[in-house]
Design a protein around this ligand. Structure first.
Ligand code: GLA
Length: 366
Protein backbone atom coordinates (compact mmCIF):
# COMPACT_ATOMS: atom_id res chain seq x y z
CA UNK A 1 0.00 0.00 0.00
CA UNK A 2 1.02 3.60 -0.46
CA UNK A 3 1.76 6.02 2.31
CA UNK A 4 -1.77 7.33 2.43
CA UNK A 5 -3.56 10.11 0.68
CA UNK A 6 -3.65 13.86 0.89
CA UNK A 7 -7.27 13.60 2.02
CA UNK A 8 -7.83 17.22 1.14
CA UNK A 9 -11.14 16.52 -0.56
CA UNK A 10 -10.05 18.08 -3.88
CA UNK A 11 -10.50 14.88 -5.88
CA UNK A 12 -13.02 12.69 -4.05
CA UNK A 13 -13.71 10.96 -7.37
CA UNK A 14 -11.33 10.75 -10.36
CA UNK A 15 -10.89 14.18 -11.99
CA UNK A 16 -12.70 14.70 -15.30
CA UNK A 17 -11.95 17.22 -17.99
CA UNK A 18 -10.23 17.81 -21.29
CA UNK A 19 -6.54 18.04 -22.13
CA UNK A 20 -5.09 19.44 -25.34
CA UNK A 21 -2.23 16.99 -25.85
CA UNK A 22 -3.63 13.83 -27.47
CA UNK A 23 -5.34 15.66 -30.31
CA UNK A 24 -3.50 18.96 -30.67
CA UNK A 25 0.03 18.28 -29.43
CA UNK A 26 1.91 21.59 -29.34
CA UNK A 27 -0.69 23.47 -31.42
CA UNK A 28 -2.54 25.15 -28.58
CA UNK A 29 -3.94 28.67 -28.36
CA UNK A 30 -6.28 30.87 -26.38
CA UNK A 31 -8.82 30.55 -29.18
CA UNK A 32 -8.70 26.75 -29.15
CA UNK A 33 -9.21 26.69 -25.40
CA UNK A 34 -12.16 29.09 -25.49
CA UNK A 35 -13.80 27.22 -28.36
CA UNK A 36 -13.27 23.96 -26.53
CA UNK A 37 -14.84 25.39 -23.40
CA UNK A 38 -17.90 26.46 -25.40
CA UNK A 39 -18.12 23.03 -27.02
CA UNK A 40 -17.84 21.26 -23.68
CA UNK A 41 -20.91 23.18 -22.59
CA UNK A 42 -22.92 22.82 -25.83
CA UNK A 43 -22.24 19.10 -26.11
CA UNK A 44 -23.35 18.42 -22.54
CA UNK A 45 -19.88 17.29 -21.54
CA UNK A 46 -19.43 19.87 -18.83
CA UNK A 47 -22.70 18.85 -17.26
CA UNK A 48 -21.69 15.21 -17.58
CA UNK A 49 -18.74 16.06 -15.32
CA UNK A 50 -15.87 17.25 -17.56
CA UNK A 51 -14.76 20.33 -15.65
CA UNK A 52 -10.97 20.69 -15.88
CA UNK A 53 -9.74 22.30 -19.10
CA UNK A 54 -6.03 21.60 -19.19
CA UNK A 55 -3.52 23.16 -21.55
CA UNK A 56 -0.65 20.76 -21.97
CA UNK A 57 2.88 21.50 -23.19
CA UNK A 58 3.71 24.38 -25.56
CA UNK A 59 1.67 27.14 -23.94
CA UNK A 60 4.97 28.54 -22.69
CA UNK A 61 7.19 31.20 -24.13
CA UNK A 62 10.70 30.10 -25.03
CA UNK A 63 12.38 31.99 -22.19
CA UNK A 64 11.61 33.05 -18.66
CA UNK A 65 11.05 36.74 -18.07
CA UNK A 66 13.93 38.93 -16.84
CA UNK A 67 12.69 38.47 -13.29
CA UNK A 68 12.66 34.69 -13.63
CA UNK A 69 8.95 34.06 -14.14
CA UNK A 70 7.43 31.53 -16.49
CA UNK A 71 5.87 33.40 -19.38
CA UNK A 72 3.15 32.31 -21.76
CA UNK A 73 3.78 32.47 -25.49
CA UNK A 74 2.13 35.84 -25.87
CA UNK A 75 1.11 35.28 -29.48
CA UNK A 76 -0.89 32.26 -28.51
CA UNK A 77 -1.90 33.20 -24.98
CA UNK A 78 -2.02 36.98 -24.64
CA UNK A 79 -3.84 36.90 -21.32
CA UNK A 80 -3.77 33.85 -19.08
CA UNK A 81 -5.68 35.63 -16.37
CA UNK A 82 -8.44 36.48 -18.81
CA UNK A 83 -8.54 32.90 -20.08
CA UNK A 84 -8.92 31.60 -16.54
CA UNK A 85 -11.78 34.05 -15.99
CA UNK A 86 -13.45 32.88 -19.20
CA UNK A 87 -13.40 29.29 -17.92
CA UNK A 88 -14.40 30.08 -14.37
CA UNK A 89 -17.35 32.16 -15.50
CA UNK A 90 -18.60 29.06 -17.27
CA UNK A 91 -18.20 26.81 -14.26
CA UNK A 92 -15.11 25.17 -15.73
CA UNK A 93 -11.69 24.89 -14.13
CA UNK A 94 -8.31 25.83 -15.48
CA UNK A 95 -5.34 23.49 -15.79
CA UNK A 96 -1.77 24.11 -16.92
CA UNK A 97 1.28 21.98 -17.55
CA UNK A 98 4.89 22.31 -16.55
CA UNK A 99 7.82 19.97 -16.08
CA UNK A 100 9.82 18.99 -13.01
CA UNK A 101 12.98 18.92 -15.10
CA UNK A 102 15.13 21.62 -16.70
CA UNK A 103 12.97 21.80 -19.81
CA UNK A 104 9.55 20.50 -20.80
CA UNK A 105 9.24 17.60 -23.22
CA UNK A 106 8.74 20.15 -26.01
CA UNK A 107 11.83 22.08 -24.93
CA UNK A 108 10.25 25.03 -23.09
CA UNK A 109 11.60 26.25 -19.74
CA UNK A 110 11.11 23.66 -17.00
CA UNK A 111 10.45 24.29 -13.33
CA UNK A 112 13.44 22.59 -11.74
CA UNK A 113 14.60 24.73 -8.83
CA UNK A 114 11.76 27.21 -9.43
CA UNK A 115 8.90 25.23 -7.92
CA UNK A 116 7.83 27.87 -5.42
CA UNK A 117 8.05 30.74 -7.90
CA UNK A 118 6.14 28.80 -10.54
CA UNK A 119 3.45 27.59 -8.14
CA UNK A 120 2.89 31.22 -7.15
CA UNK A 121 2.70 32.19 -10.80
CA UNK A 122 0.09 29.51 -11.47
CA UNK A 123 -1.88 30.59 -8.41
CA UNK A 124 -1.77 34.22 -9.61
CA UNK A 125 -3.35 33.04 -12.88
CA UNK A 126 -6.08 31.27 -10.90
CA UNK A 127 -5.00 27.83 -12.05
CA UNK A 128 -6.88 24.87 -10.51
CA UNK A 129 -4.88 21.90 -11.80
CA UNK A 130 -1.16 21.48 -12.49
CA UNK A 131 0.23 18.62 -14.55
CA UNK A 132 3.93 18.11 -13.94
CA UNK A 133 5.97 16.16 -16.44
CA UNK A 134 9.34 14.42 -16.11
CA UNK A 135 11.49 15.24 -19.17
CA UNK A 136 15.08 16.49 -18.69
CA UNK A 137 15.03 15.37 -15.08
CA UNK A 138 18.45 13.65 -14.92
CA UNK A 139 19.76 13.63 -11.36
CA UNK A 140 16.39 14.43 -9.79
CA UNK A 141 14.76 12.11 -7.28
CA UNK A 142 11.14 11.78 -8.35
CA UNK A 143 9.68 11.43 -4.91
CA UNK A 144 11.57 14.45 -3.58
CA UNK A 145 10.91 16.55 -6.67
CA UNK A 146 7.16 16.01 -6.57
CA UNK A 147 7.11 16.49 -2.78
CA UNK A 148 8.70 19.90 -3.34
CA UNK A 149 5.90 20.66 -5.77
CA UNK A 150 3.34 19.60 -3.22
CA UNK A 151 4.85 22.00 -0.68
CA UNK A 152 5.07 24.77 -3.25
CA UNK A 153 1.38 24.39 -4.05
CA UNK A 154 0.42 24.36 -0.37
CA UNK A 155 2.46 27.51 0.16
CA UNK A 156 0.30 29.39 -2.34
CA UNK A 157 -2.80 28.57 -0.29
CA UNK A 158 -4.73 28.13 -3.53
CA UNK A 159 -6.29 24.69 -3.90
CA UNK A 160 -4.76 23.16 -7.04
CA UNK A 161 -4.79 19.52 -8.09
CA UNK A 162 -1.35 18.02 -8.59
CA UNK A 163 -1.14 15.63 -11.55
CA UNK A 164 2.11 13.69 -11.43
CA UNK A 165 3.43 12.60 -14.81
CA UNK A 166 6.63 10.59 -14.35
CA UNK A 167 5.25 7.74 -16.47
CA UNK A 168 5.30 5.15 -13.69
CA UNK A 169 9.10 5.09 -13.77
CA UNK A 170 9.62 5.27 -10.00
CA UNK A 171 6.67 3.21 -8.76
CA UNK A 172 4.69 6.36 -7.96
CA UNK A 173 1.73 4.33 -6.65
CA UNK A 174 3.92 3.60 -3.62
CA UNK A 175 4.52 7.23 -2.68
CA UNK A 176 2.51 9.63 -4.81
CA UNK A 177 -0.75 9.33 -2.87
CA UNK A 178 0.53 11.58 -0.12
CA UNK A 179 2.01 14.03 -2.64
CA UNK A 180 -0.50 14.51 -5.46
CA UNK A 181 -4.00 13.62 -6.56
CA UNK A 182 -3.24 11.49 -9.60
CA UNK A 183 -0.16 9.90 -11.07
CA UNK A 184 0.55 8.43 -14.45
CA UNK A 185 1.31 4.74 -14.30
CA UNK A 186 2.85 4.27 -17.75
CA UNK A 187 4.34 5.77 -20.88
CA UNK A 188 2.06 7.79 -23.19
CA UNK A 189 -1.06 6.22 -24.63
CA UNK A 190 -1.40 6.02 -28.43
CA UNK A 191 -4.61 5.93 -30.42
CA UNK A 192 -4.35 2.20 -31.17
CA UNK A 193 -5.80 -0.98 -29.68
CA UNK A 194 -2.40 -2.52 -28.91
CA UNK A 195 -1.45 0.56 -26.90
CA UNK A 196 -4.72 0.42 -25.01
CA UNK A 197 -4.36 -3.19 -23.90
CA UNK A 198 -0.68 -2.71 -23.12
CA UNK A 199 -1.56 0.12 -20.74
CA UNK A 200 -4.45 -1.92 -19.36
CA UNK A 201 -2.12 -4.76 -18.38
CA UNK A 202 0.02 -2.32 -16.41
CA UNK A 203 -2.96 -1.36 -14.23
CA UNK A 204 -3.87 -4.87 -13.11
CA UNK A 205 -1.64 -4.91 -10.03
CA UNK A 206 -2.25 -1.33 -8.92
CA UNK A 207 -5.85 -1.29 -7.72
CA UNK A 208 -5.11 -1.22 -4.01
CA UNK A 209 -3.03 1.95 -4.27
CA UNK A 210 -5.89 4.18 -5.45
CA UNK A 211 -8.80 5.82 -3.70
CA UNK A 212 -10.40 9.19 -2.99
CA UNK A 213 -7.95 12.07 -3.59
CA UNK A 214 -5.28 9.67 -4.92
CA UNK A 215 -5.80 8.00 -8.28
CA UNK A 216 -3.82 5.85 -10.67
CA UNK A 217 -3.77 7.57 -14.07
CA UNK A 218 -3.53 5.23 -17.07
CA UNK A 219 -3.33 8.37 -19.28
CA UNK A 220 -5.81 10.52 -21.12
CA UNK A 221 -8.59 9.32 -23.38
CA UNK A 222 -8.19 8.74 -27.10
CA UNK A 223 -11.95 8.41 -27.67
CA UNK A 224 -12.86 10.20 -30.90
CA UNK A 225 -9.35 10.69 -32.24
CA UNK A 226 -9.87 8.39 -35.21
CA UNK A 227 -7.35 5.60 -34.73
CA UNK A 228 -9.82 3.10 -33.33
CA UNK A 229 -13.39 2.05 -34.09
CA UNK A 230 -16.30 3.22 -31.98
CA UNK A 231 -16.54 -0.31 -30.60
CA UNK A 232 -12.92 -0.08 -29.47
CA UNK A 233 -13.52 3.37 -28.00
CA UNK A 234 -16.49 2.02 -26.04
CA UNK A 235 -14.19 -0.65 -24.64
CA UNK A 236 -11.59 2.05 -23.82
CA UNK A 237 -14.16 4.10 -21.95
CA UNK A 238 -15.62 1.04 -20.16
CA UNK A 239 -12.16 0.02 -18.98
CA UNK A 240 -11.19 3.50 -17.80
CA UNK A 241 -14.45 3.58 -15.82
CA UNK A 242 -13.81 0.23 -14.17
CA UNK A 243 -10.25 1.40 -13.37
CA UNK A 244 -11.50 4.55 -11.60
CA UNK A 245 -9.26 6.42 -14.03
CA UNK A 246 -9.27 10.18 -14.43
CA UNK A 247 -11.42 10.88 -17.50
CA UNK A 248 -9.56 13.51 -19.48
CA UNK A 249 -11.09 13.71 -22.95
CA UNK A 250 -8.35 14.11 -25.53
CA UNK A 251 -10.31 14.77 -28.72
CA UNK A 252 -11.51 17.80 -30.65
CA UNK A 253 -14.80 18.36 -28.86
CA UNK A 254 -15.71 21.15 -31.30
CA UNK A 255 -16.23 18.70 -34.14
CA UNK A 256 -16.89 15.28 -32.65
CA UNK A 257 -19.34 12.79 -34.10
CA UNK A 258 -22.57 11.90 -32.35
CA UNK A 259 -21.12 8.48 -31.59
CA UNK A 260 -18.10 10.02 -29.87
CA UNK A 261 -20.28 12.37 -27.87
CA UNK A 262 -22.53 9.49 -26.83
CA UNK A 263 -19.53 7.51 -25.58
CA UNK A 264 -18.01 10.39 -23.65
CA UNK A 265 -21.29 11.36 -22.00
CA UNK A 266 -22.74 7.88 -21.30
CA UNK A 267 -24.24 8.62 -17.89
CA UNK A 268 -24.21 5.16 -16.35
CA UNK A 269 -20.65 4.51 -17.50
CA UNK A 270 -19.48 7.79 -16.02
CA UNK A 271 -21.35 6.91 -12.83
CA UNK A 272 -19.17 3.80 -12.49
CA UNK A 273 -16.02 5.87 -12.93
CA UNK A 274 -17.27 8.42 -10.41
CA UNK A 275 -18.63 5.94 -7.90
CA UNK A 276 -18.20 7.51 -4.44
CA UNK A 277 -16.65 4.42 -2.85
CA UNK A 278 -13.61 5.11 -5.01
CA UNK A 279 -12.45 1.50 -5.37
CA UNK A 280 -10.46 0.71 -8.47
CA UNK A 281 -11.57 -2.42 -10.32
CA UNK A 282 -9.54 -5.61 -10.60
CA UNK A 283 -9.04 -8.28 -13.21
CA UNK A 284 -10.54 -11.49 -11.83
CA UNK A 285 -10.31 -13.78 -14.81
CA UNK A 286 -8.46 -14.06 -18.11
CA UNK A 287 -8.54 -16.88 -20.61
CA UNK A 288 -7.89 -16.91 -24.35
CA UNK A 289 -8.08 -13.16 -24.74
CA UNK A 290 -11.30 -12.82 -22.76
CA UNK A 291 -11.10 -10.97 -19.46
CA UNK A 292 -13.39 -10.13 -16.58
CA UNK A 293 -12.81 -6.94 -14.58
CA UNK A 294 -14.85 -6.15 -11.47
CA UNK A 295 -15.31 -3.02 -9.45
CA UNK A 296 -17.11 -2.79 -6.12
CA UNK A 297 -19.58 0.09 -6.01
CA UNK A 298 -21.01 2.00 -3.09
CA UNK A 299 -23.97 0.06 -1.75
CA UNK A 300 -22.47 -3.32 -2.65
CA UNK A 301 -23.35 -3.71 -6.33
CA UNK A 302 -20.59 -4.66 -8.76
CA UNK A 303 -19.65 -3.10 -12.08
CA UNK A 304 -18.29 -5.73 -14.44
CA UNK A 305 -16.43 -5.41 -17.72
CA UNK A 306 -16.34 -8.43 -20.01
CA UNK A 307 -13.58 -7.80 -22.53
CA UNK A 308 -12.67 -9.57 -25.75
CA UNK A 309 -9.11 -8.58 -26.68
CA UNK A 310 -8.97 -11.09 -29.48
CA UNK A 311 -9.37 -10.93 -33.26
CA UNK A 312 -12.46 -13.14 -33.46
CA UNK A 313 -15.85 -13.12 -31.75
CA UNK A 314 -15.97 -14.87 -28.38
CA UNK A 315 -18.28 -15.91 -25.58
CA UNK A 316 -17.51 -14.23 -22.28
CA UNK A 317 -18.85 -15.30 -18.94
CA UNK A 318 -18.78 -14.10 -15.36
CA UNK A 319 -19.99 -16.22 -12.47
CA UNK A 320 -21.04 -14.59 -9.23
CA UNK A 321 -18.37 -16.31 -7.18
CA UNK A 322 -15.82 -14.26 -9.19
CA UNK A 323 -17.35 -10.98 -8.09
CA UNK A 324 -17.57 -11.61 -4.36
CA UNK A 325 -20.80 -13.60 -4.18
CA UNK A 326 -21.53 -17.28 -4.33
CA UNK A 327 -22.36 -19.25 -7.43
CA UNK A 328 -25.96 -19.86 -6.39
CA UNK A 329 -26.74 -16.14 -6.00
CA UNK A 330 -29.29 -14.38 -8.11
CA UNK A 331 -28.44 -10.87 -9.29
CA UNK A 332 -30.20 -8.24 -11.32
CA UNK A 333 -28.05 -7.44 -14.35
CA UNK A 334 -28.18 -4.03 -16.01
CA UNK A 335 -26.46 -3.09 -19.26
CA UNK A 336 -24.85 0.29 -18.53
CA UNK A 337 -24.37 1.25 -22.18
CA UNK A 338 -27.95 0.39 -23.14
CA UNK A 339 -29.21 1.73 -19.81
CA UNK A 340 -31.55 -1.23 -19.57
CA UNK A 341 -32.05 -4.08 -17.17
CA UNK A 342 -31.19 -7.38 -18.78
CA UNK A 343 -32.99 -9.36 -16.09
CA UNK A 344 -32.28 -11.61 -13.13
CA UNK A 345 -29.57 -14.19 -13.53
CA UNK A 346 -28.64 -17.07 -11.26
CA UNK A 347 -24.99 -18.26 -11.22
CA UNK A 348 -23.70 -15.64 -13.61
CA UNK A 349 -23.97 -13.79 -16.88
CA UNK A 350 -22.81 -14.57 -20.39
CA UNK A 351 -22.48 -12.49 -23.56
CA UNK A 352 -21.12 -12.80 -27.08
CA UNK A 353 -18.50 -10.18 -27.82
CA UNK A 354 -17.20 -8.90 -31.13
CA UNK A 355 -13.43 -8.66 -31.51
CA UNK A 356 -11.91 -5.75 -29.55
CA UNK A 357 -15.09 -5.06 -27.64
CA UNK A 358 -16.35 -4.89 -24.09
CA UNK A 359 -19.65 -5.18 -22.28
CA UNK A 360 -20.19 -3.16 -19.13
CA UNK A 361 -22.88 -4.34 -16.73
CA UNK A 362 -23.89 -3.80 -13.16
CA UNK A 363 -24.88 -6.75 -11.00
CA UNK A 364 -26.97 -6.18 -7.90
CA UNK A 365 -27.65 -9.19 -5.71
CA UNK A 366 -31.37 -9.74 -5.35
C1 GLA B 1 4.98 13.76 -22.11
C2 GLA B 1 3.69 13.45 -21.33
C3 GLA B 1 2.50 13.70 -22.24
C4 GLA B 1 2.52 15.14 -22.71
C5 GLA B 1 3.83 15.45 -23.41
C6 GLA B 1 3.97 16.92 -23.72
O1 GLA B 1 5.16 12.85 -23.15
O2 GLA B 1 3.69 12.14 -20.86
O3 GLA B 1 1.29 13.42 -21.55
O4 GLA B 1 2.35 16.00 -21.61
O5 GLA B 1 4.93 15.08 -22.62
O6 GLA B 1 5.20 17.26 -24.30
Amino acid sequence: MGLGALNDGLAPTPPMGWNSWNRFGPFVSDQLVRETADALIESGMRDAGYRYVVIDDAWEGSLRSDDGQLEANLWRFPNMHGLAAYLHKRDLRFGLYTCAGDRTCQGYPGSRGREFVDARRFASWNVDFIKIDWCHSAGLDARAAYATWSEAISATQRPMLLSICEWGRNRPWEWAGSVGHLWRTSHDIADRWDSLVDILDRQAALADFAGPDHWNDPDMLEVGNGGMTDTEYRAHFSLWAILAAPLMAGNDVRSMTDATRAILTAPEVIAVDQDPLGRQGKRVNMAKGVEVWVRELAGGARAIVLLNRGETGARAEVTWDLVGGSRSDTALVRDLWERQDVGRRTEGYEVTLEPHSAALVKATRS
